[in-house]
Design a protein around this ligand. Structure first.
Ligand code: PXG
Length: 400
């Protein structure tokens, strides 16, 4: 009889302790549901931090994966493959951008955006060599590489990992005046998340993104949006910036671009900006490989054909309303957009973690973020009745 004890024991013995997972061992998944090794069923309300917008093992995406695996999986970018061009074309047409640069993980795409921005700063804007600055926001989360954690405001992300790359300036989030004040002739770009997911689902004031977008345009600064977590339908639009029509100069995508089965990330931009890259400037062994391209095309196709942004908007509004109506002595605030929602647990009730553990016992997988927030971000293919079921369980856990 399979059990959870052994796999957890082995993981703890042989894996670096860089995570603190809930004690559940998932062995099967379909749509919005997962099963553990003992056969218990859970509703996945984390979706691997928005990487599973299309749900687990979407048949169309799995078919693309297995079909392509029978043909060719990797060519490197030293040669062409049939699906790379069509994948790039689809991404550009869905985002309204001219060109794409494909990578694998989110952090790599952010690094790519930083490189594009700096090079544009020197070669096009005319910033003196070595002086380019990029403005970032407090409480940002853009990944785990040394240059990215170097501009994090979270002590733990940085502690012990320096020295860090210079050239980044931290300002408060949701503060247009601070942005204007921070811009100098050496500013090449402003990098920001439309909603700060890891900071605890922090939604900025209405109009913030558009005002920041306009300020950047006025000062010839690249407006770079990290939509790795918020993009591809999650917040009720294909991209969260669409709420304000704040189209970025550089759009960063990842997570759900891989349809929940493969790491695929990208930056998208204009011909003018992307032309700073010439052969040899940047690359990746796996970026844009045939398997990734096949999966990416299917992943985008599912988002478009199954109208996942519209589903997220409709189901998110319903779910948020129901969460707001819950009567609980522990809840301070419900926040978020679409199906990226956070329940803020009052400090007087302790942290969010014990509530996540209690939810797990009730058959709901959710994860705390930033100590006080329970994040609810189910796959966008989730059924309304599953959300209704979840509400009854959440109500039970938050009542006592
Ligand atoms: N930007 C944002 C907004 C993210 O949420 C990244 C960049 C980095 O993506 P990669 O693919 O490099 O992880 C993220 C990732 C984790 C973890 O376990 C990551 C995220 C959220 C929660 C946990 O590292 N977001």
């Amino acid at each position: 009889m399979p059990n959870s004890f052994e796999p957890i024991e082995l993981a703890e013995r042989y894996s670096a302790r860089n995570y603190h997972p809930l004690p559940v061992v998932i062995s099967k998944a379909e749509g919005a549901w997962v099963w553990d090794v003992e056969g218990n069923k859970y509703l996945d309300m984390l979706s691997s931090y928005s990487a599973l917008n299309q749900g687990h093992r979407h048949p169309r995406i799995v078919r693309a994966l297995t079909d392509q695996a029978q043909k060719v999986t990797l060519t490197s970018r030293a040669f062409h493959n049939e699906l790379f061009g069509p994948f790039c074309e689809l991404l550009c047409s869905m985002t309204g951008q001219d060109k794409v640069l494909l990578m694998n993980t989110g952090a790599e795409a952010v690094e790519t955006a930083i490189k594009a921005c700096r090079k544009w700063g020197y070669k096009v804007k005319g910033i003196e060599d070595g002086k380019a600055e990029i403005i970032v926001c407090e409480n940002n989360f853009h990944g785990r590489t040394t240059s990215i954690v170097g501009f994090s405001s979270e002590a733990q992300y940085r502690d012990g990992f320096g020295p860090f790359a210079p050239g980044f300036k931290l300002i408060p989030y949701d503060d247009v005046a601070a942005l204007e004040k921070a811009i100098t002739p050496n500013t090449a770009g402003f990098l920001v998340e439309p909603i700060q997911g890891e900071a605890g689902i922090l939604v900025p004031s209405d109009g913030y993104l558009l005002k920041a977008r306009e300020l950047c345009a006025k000062h010839d600064v690249l407006f770079m949006l990290d939509e790795i977590q918020t993009g591809l339908g999650r917040t009720g639009r294909l991209f969260c910036y669409e709420y304000e029509n704040a189209k970025p100069d550089i759009l960063i995508v990842g997570k759900a671009l891989g349809g929940g089965c493969y790491p695929i990330s990208a930056i998208l931009s204009s011909n003018r900006i992307m032309s700073v890259f010439t052969p040899g400037d940047h690359g990746s062994t796996f970026g844009g490989n045939p398997l990734a391209s096949a999966i990416g095309i299917a992943a985008l196709g599912v988002i478009r054909d199954e109208k996942l942004p519209e589903r997220a908007a409709e189901l998110g509004a319903f779910f948020k309303k129901r969460l707001t109506e819950l009567r609980s002595p522990h809840v301070k605030e419900i926040r978020g957009k679409g199906l990226l929602l956070g329940v803020y647990v009052k400090e007087s009730s302790g942290t969010a973690r014990p509530f996540c553990e209690a939810l797990m016992k009730e058959g709901i997988l959710a994860k705390e973020t930033h100590g006080q927030v329970i994040r609810f971000a189910p796959p966008l293919v989730i059924k309304r009745e599953d959300l209704e079921w979840a509400i009854t369980k959440i109500e039970k856990v938050l009542a006592g």
